[in-house]
Design a protein around this ligand. Structure first.
Ligand code: SF4
Length: 621
């Protein structure tokens, strides 16, 4: 096939826009196979600087390029200045590697990272010259496939995708490509291709699941096409060690959000925080072995030339052999000017020891702790198994060891929260400040800073709190005021997650397919880059909901009864509904559940149902 090269049309525009280097190809590590028989383009629905750091896309890019006669390229959403010029010049969205029109590829893969990128996805489809709805696309269009962390309630964006992969993509994406190629070789129609894709475990084809409604407009369930799986169960990789991380990932020309070599050291988290969707949907815990981690970290640093390796996961300090990994890396990297960083640390003494160890590699990692709630009662409700003493002890050790700044994460609006719980956030920060001062020599106390970040709880699907009401906007503002009044003024930097944004996230998180009409209406009305504070406009969204007849407050701020059908129940993350309900009951009894990685199985069913095991300390159990 002859491929169109749009570079002669792109290049003249680069002198008229900001940061042109982000649209220029041939970064170190990029793949070029323009003549491959099957071509896929993977898009992150935000600008290059944000998307390039996405590890999952990097993994899938490498996996696809390793397949026989398959080429994967990348695309990002251009910034507003280039979008305006592209629309003026009628220039379609292009891939980075071969500067080919995205619409000319066989597969257009789009990651769905979080709710506020949905309008960016529509912008990308439209810029590519593709109809934004799957129902309006035909055989001449690429297969538009979604995936990523935000797919566990796909309904509010389902009509925009031909297929959505639920779960981990390392093995599933190759299977999808194989099915697509053979279906096309057999001369299948688009509908036949989609039906064939639905046979791949983890693949959700929205057109095969039609939502049904009662006379009053409320959701009553889905009508499933013959032969389509119900529920669609997520894909999970059983042996993470066997799936090697990219050790020669792309090195960008421009500064990106995480400019370092990132290596995933474990997947999943079984601590069981009841509000945390990632903790539920990425189960079970699978650790990479120390040998694999050290080997790949050194290989990745050597290939990329980065001077920092970040050991990533949902909770890296939970890796059972992290200390060994850090000791071996410190030894191998000593004197090289290369540092090791951990993205976040949990609230215990072990974490400070880890932080001291990595400080020896050259740089002091920031210390970030997430007590989430101000009282022990509420921490028991959400199953955050840390105490005030854990936090204060950790802060004392950190400041004795020379740290002068810590960051604390809290949430307001959690189920059962009272004003006393909210006020206690301020009291706890006072005590942290006192502990930090006591552990710091008097001459240095002026440099103590406690950054406090307070977000609003958004109930997420596939968690024990998926039935709960999100507190209203007015109530959030009242509770924010309580926090403000209870907080120390000096030495503390207080940050809020915007309440309006949390409200919209709440609507998107648990909305049904009708919400897709509002997403499209908001986008047609100018909503794009909603995650950028200066672009976010709740008024525009409320207008869109009104126009399509959807009440956003009835989605976000309403408690569901346990017998109400939920719009996402044809999607399963593997954790049983019985477990979610039992965890919900325990929450209201203020009882905690231990971490199954370190005790025994607590019965979430993911291991048995998906045929996978927890892998901790090199042992499958
Ligand atoms: S099935 Fe048991 S061991 Fe496996 S993740 Fe769930 S609680 Fe843990």
């Amino acid at each position: 096939m002859t491929h169109v090269d749009l570079w002669p049309r792109v290049e003249p525009l680069l002198s008229r826009i900001e940061r042109p280097a982000r649209y220029v190809n041939r970064e170190w590590g990029a793949s070029h196979h323009p003549q491959a028989e099957y071509r896929a383009v993977l898009l992150y629905p935000d600008t290059y600087e944000i998307g390039q750091a996405n590890q999952a896309l990097g993994i899938l890019y490498e996996k696809l390029n390793a397949l026989d006669d398959v080429a994967a390229e990348r695309a990002y959403l251009p910034a507003a200045d280039l979008i305006a010029l592209m629309r003026e010049e009628k220039l379609p969205l292009f891939s980075l590697e071969s500067c080919a029109p995205v619409a000319s590829f066989d597969l257009f893969g789009i990651t769905v990272p979080y709710e506020l990128t949905w309008t960016n996805i529509l912008e990308a489809l439209d810029l590519a010259g593709l109809p934004v709805r799957s129902a309006d696309r035909d055989d001449k269009h690429p297969l538009v496939v979604g995936g990523g962390p935000c797919v566990y309630n796909p309904e509010p964006f389902a009509p925009f995708f031909d297929a959505i992969l639920i779960g981990e993509g390392e093995e599933a994406l190759a299977e999808m490509v194989a099915v697509h190629r053979s279906a096309r070789a057999a001369g299948s129609t688009r509908e036949e291709v989609l039906r064939a894709l639905a046979t791949v475990q983890g693949v959700y084809v929205p057109s095969l699941y039609v939502p049904q409604y009662c006379a009053d407009g409320s959701f009553s369930g889905v009508d499933v096409a013959d032969g389509a799986p119900f529920p669609v169960v997520k894909r999970v990789v059983a042996d993470l060690d066997a799936q090697r991380s990219p050790t020669c990932p792309i090195v960008p020309f421009v500064d990106v959000v995480h400019d370092r070599y990132a290596l995933e050291v474990l997947r999943g988290c079984t601590r069981g925080c009841r509000f945390c969707q990632a903790g539920m949907v990425y189960r079970p815990v699978r650790e990479r072995s120390p040998d694999t981690i050290v080997r790949d970290a050194l290989a990745g640093l050597a290939c990329t030339g980065h001077d920092e390796v970040s050991l990533t996961s949902l909770s890296t300090a939970d890796h059972s052999q992290l200390e060994e990994v850090l000791r071996r890396l410190s030894r191998r990297l000593a004197g090289s000017g290369t540092s090791v960083s951990l993205p976040s640390l949990r609230v215990d003494a072990f974490s400070v020891d880890m932080a001291r160890l990595i400080a020896g590699t050259g740089r002091k990692s920031g210390l970030t702790f997430a007590p989430e709630a101000g009282t022990q009662r509420l921490r028991d409700v959400i199953n955050k198994n840390v105490t005030d003493e854990d936090l204060l002890g950790t802060v004392t050790r950190a400041f004795e060891a020379g740290w002068r700044r810590v960051k604390l994460y809290f949430m307001i609006g959690l189920p059962t929260e009272t004003d006393e719980d909210v006020r206690a956030i301020g009291s706890l920060v006072w005590r942290v400040l006192d502990a930090a001062r006591a552990a710091t020599p008097p001459a240095q106390r002026g440099s103590i800073r406690i950054a406090v970040s307070v977000s609003t709880f958004v109930p997420k699907v596939q968690t024990p709190f998926q039935w709960e009401a999100q507190v209203s906007l007015e109530e959030v503002r009242r509770r924010q005021q309580i926090v403000r009044e209870a907080m120390p003024r000096k030495g503390v930097d207080l940050h809020w997650h915007d309440a309006d944004v949390s409200f919209l996230e709440g609507v998107m998180a648990r909305g049904g397919r009708k919400v897709a009409d509002a997403v499209e209406t908001a986008w047609r009305g100018g909503a794009v880059f909603d995650a950028w504070t200066e672009r976010f406009d709740l008024g525009r969204w409320l207008g869109a909901f009104e126009e399509v007849g959807v009440d956003p407050a009835a989605i976000a701020n309403r408690e569901r009864s346990l017998d109400e059908p939920l719009p996402w129940e044809h999607i399963s993350a593997g954790v049983s509904r019985a477990y979610l309900e039992s965890e919900r009951n325990l929450a209201f009894c203020e009882q905690t559940t231990p971490d199954c990685s370190f005790t025994s199985c607590t019965g979430c069913d993911v291991c048995g149902d998906l045929g996978v095991d927890i892998v901790v300390g090199g042992v499958r159990s």
